[in-house]
Write a protein that binds this ligand. Structure first.
Ligand code: TRP
Ligand code: ZN
Length: 522
C-alpha cells in the first residue's frame, strides 16, 4: 500500500535527519583528517610496540617476574625485554583508530552500579575478566570521566594513568600471553555524555526527565564503564544496578535476581551471549512491564512508561509475528530474550535483546511499525553478526532497512514491495546518493547506508533470484553468529551460495558514486 511505503520513506528520512540534525552538528570532526590520521597512528603504534620505555616499568616488576617454566632462563637484559609490552591504545579501526585496545580479550564484564537517579550520580565497580593475548606490561581501557578510587589486578592494587579517554593500567606483575586475570575498577561521579566522532548526538549514559537511558553506538560506552570499546571484542555481561524506589531497571539479557534492600532495589541482569559494548544498555524509569512468550518459550519483556503503556502495547503488538517471520527468513532468533524499552530519546537503537525506542515511536496507530521491525532485524544483523570495522556499517543498516521491506512484502504482498522499491529507487537515482560502502567517518549513519544499502540487497536479489537470495540471508548470520564479519565476508557468502561472480555488482552499488541501474525484475 502507498501509505505504508510513504511512511517508510518518511521514517527513513526522519531517522537520517534525527541522527544528523536533531542535535548540534559537530563541525569540528573532519572525517578526512581522521582517515589520514588512522594510518599514521597505526604506523606509530607499530614502531612504539617494538620499543620498551624503561621509565614506564614499575621498579617492582623486574624483581617479581616469574616467566613460564618452558621459557629458557633469560639474561638480565633479556629479562627486561620480556616483561611484556604495552597493549596498544586502539584497535586500529580504519575510521576510529583509538576505539578499543590491543593485547587482550575481555571475556566478561560485571558492572555493579549504585545509581542516584535524581542527581544522576553513580558509584560503580567494574570487574572484568580478561585474557592476555600478548605479554603485557600495561594495558588500556576506554573510559571517560569519573573519579577512580581503586584499581586491582587479581585483588592486588595496581597503578594506573589517565589521558583523555584512555585508562592505562599498570599491573603489579607482567601478564603473560594466554593468562586470564581480573581487573577491578572502582569509580564514582556524574557520567558525562560523550561527543561522538561518528554523529552529532549525545552518546552513552543519558539523564532525562523521567530517568536514565544508555545508547552508545558507536563510541558512547566509555561514558559509563571502563571497556574495550570496539565490536571486535565482544563479551558477556552481568549488570547489577541498584536504584531507589520507585525506579525500575531494564537491561540486556535475563533478570536473574531482584534484591530488595532496605531503601533500594538491586536488579541483576545477565547476558549469556557475547555482546558488543555499544549494545549494552541500562534504562531506569518508572516502567510498566509487559511480558509475552515468543517461539520456543522466548521471553519477551517490554518496559513502557505508564502514560504510554496502552498505546505502546498496540504499537509493539506485532513483535511475536515479526520474530516468527524473521526467524523463518534469517534463521532462529539468536538470543535468550527480546523486548522494547521506551525513553525520551531522539531515535531508536538495537540494544541487544532489548531495543530502545524514543517516545516519538509511540503513536497508538503503529505508525512506526517499520522501525519496530528494523530494530528487531538488527538482532541478527549487527548484534549477533557484528561489524569488524565501522566502515562496513551498511551491513547493519542496509540489512535492517531491507528487513523492513521484507516485512512490508510479508504483510502487504509483492506489489507493495515493488511499489516501495520503485518509489525509493526513483528518489535515489534522481537526486543521487553517495555510495554506502565508505561513508564519511563523521557522518557514519547517513541516509545512504540505510537506503542505498537496502537497494544493494534488492539488486542482489534481482541478480541471483529469490531462492539463492534467501539462502544467502540465512547462511550469512548462521556462519557468523556471535562473531564479526566484513563486507568481503558477505560477498563471499553471496558468491558461494549463488555460484555467481558478484564483484562488479557490489563494487558499483557499494563503492561507486553513480547510482547503478536496478537489474530487471522478472
Ligand atoms: N543503529 C540505529 C538504527 O537502528 C541508529 C543509531 C546509530 C543510533 N547510533 C545511534 C541511534 C545512537 C541512537 C543513538 O538506525
Ligand atoms: Zn538501524
Amino acid at each position: 500500500m502507498r501509505k505504508f511505503a510513504v511512511l517508510i520513506l518518511l521514517a527513513l528520512l526522519v531517522m537520517a535527519c534525527n541522527l544528523t540534525q536533531a542535535v548540534q552538528p559537530n563541525r569540528n570532526d573532519a572525517s578526512n583528517t581522521q582517515v589520514v590520521q588512522s594510518s599514521s597512528v597505526l604506523e606509530q603504534e607499530q614502531v612504539e610496540s617494538t620499543q620498551i620505555d624503561p621509565t614506564d616499568t614499575p621498579a617492582s616488576q623486574s624483581t617479581t617476574l616469574t616467566p613460564p617454566a618452558a621459557e629458557s632462563s633469560p639474561t638480565p637484559t633479556q629479562e627486561l625485554m620480556q616483561v611484556g609490552q604495552p597493549g596498544s591504545d586502539g584497535l586500529g579501526d580504519p575510521y576510529y583508530p583509538q576505539l578499543g585496545n590491543g593485547g587482550y580479550d575481555a571475556l566478561h564484564y560485571t558492572i555493579d552500579l549504585v545509581v542516584d537517579v535524581e542527581s544522576n550520580t553513580i558509584t560503580g565497580t567494574a570487574t572484568i575478566s580478561i585474557q592476555a593475548v600478548q605479554n603485557l606490561s600495561t594495558f588500556n581501557l576506554d573510559f571517560s570521566g569519573f573519579e577512580i578510587s581503586q584499581v586491582l589486578i587479581d585483588d592486588v592494587a595496581a597503578n594506573y594513568k589517565r589521558q583523555g579517554d584512555e585508562l592505562t593500567i599498570i599491573p603489579p606483575e607482567s601478564l603473560w600471553n594466554g593468562e586470564t586475570f581480573t581487573a577491578t575498577i572502582a569509580y564514582s561521579g556524574e557520567p558525562e555524555p560523550i561527543r561522538s566522532k561518528a554523529l552529532p548526538i549525545r552518546m552513552g549514559w543519558t539523564h532525562f526527565d523521567a530517568g536514565i537511558y544508555v545508547a552508545s553506538e558507536p563510541d558512547g560506552a566509555a561514558s559509563w564503564y571502563p571497556v574495550n570499546d570496539h565490536p571486535l571484542d565482544k563479551a558477556t555481561y552481568t549488570l547489577r544496578v541498584t536504584v531507589p524506589e520507585p525506579y525500575v531497571v531494564a537491561a540486556n539479557g535475563l533478570l536473574e535476581d531482584k534484591i530488595k534492600n532496605e531503601d533500594n532495589t538491586t536488579y541483576v541482569w545477565e547476558s549469556i551471549n557475547p555482546m558488543a559494548s555499544y549494545l549494552v544498555t541500562v534504562d531506569i524509569a518508572e516502567f510498566i512491564i509487559q511480558t509475552e512468550e515468543g517461539p520456543n518459550g522466548l521471553p519477551i519483556r517490554n518496559f513502557f512508561p505508564p502514560e504510554l503503556a496502552d498505546d505502546a502495547a498496540f504499537d509493539f503488538g506485532r513483535t511475536l509475528e515479526m520474530i516468527d517471520f524473521f526467524s523463518e527468513v534469517f534463521g532462529p532468533y539468536p538470543f535468550e530474550a527480546y523486548g522494547a524499552v521506551i525513553a525520551d530519546f531522539p531515535a531508536a537503537l538495537e540494544t541487544q535483546t532489548l531495543s530502545l525506542f524514543g517516545y516519538q515511536h509511540v503513536s497508538g496507530t503503529r505508525e512506526s511499525e517499520n522501525v519496530v521491525a528494523h530494530e528487531l532485524a538488527h538482532q541478527w544483523f549487527g548484534d549477533s553478526v557484528s561489524l569488524a570495522k565501522w566502515r562496513d556499517i551498511w551491513l547493519n543498516e542496509g540489512f535492517a532497512t531491507y528487513a523492513e521491506w521484507l516485512w512490508l512484502e510479508h504483510i502487504e504482498g509483492a506489489d507493495a514491495l515493488a511499489n516501495n522499491v520503485d518509489r525509493i529507487y526513483g528518489f535515489v537515482s534522481e537526486r543521487g546518493m553517495r555510495p554506502p560502502g565508505n561513508p564519511p567517518a563523521s557522518n557514519l549513519f547517513n541516509g545512504s547506508v540505510y537506503i542505498r544499502g537496502a537497494l544493494t540487497l534488492h539488486a542482489l536479489r534481482l541478480t541471483v533470484g529469490d531462492e539463492a537470495f534467501f539462502e544467502i540471508l540465512r547462511t550469512y548470520p548462521q556462519r557468523y553468529h556471535y562473531g564479526n564479519a566484513t563486507t568481503a565476508d558477505f560477498i563471499a557468502v553471496a558468491e558461494e551460495v549463488s555460484g555467481q561472480d558478484l564483484d562488479e555488482l557490489f563494487q558499483s552499488w557499494l563503492y561507486e558514486e553513480a547510482v547503478p541501474e536496478l537489474p530487471p525484475s522478472e
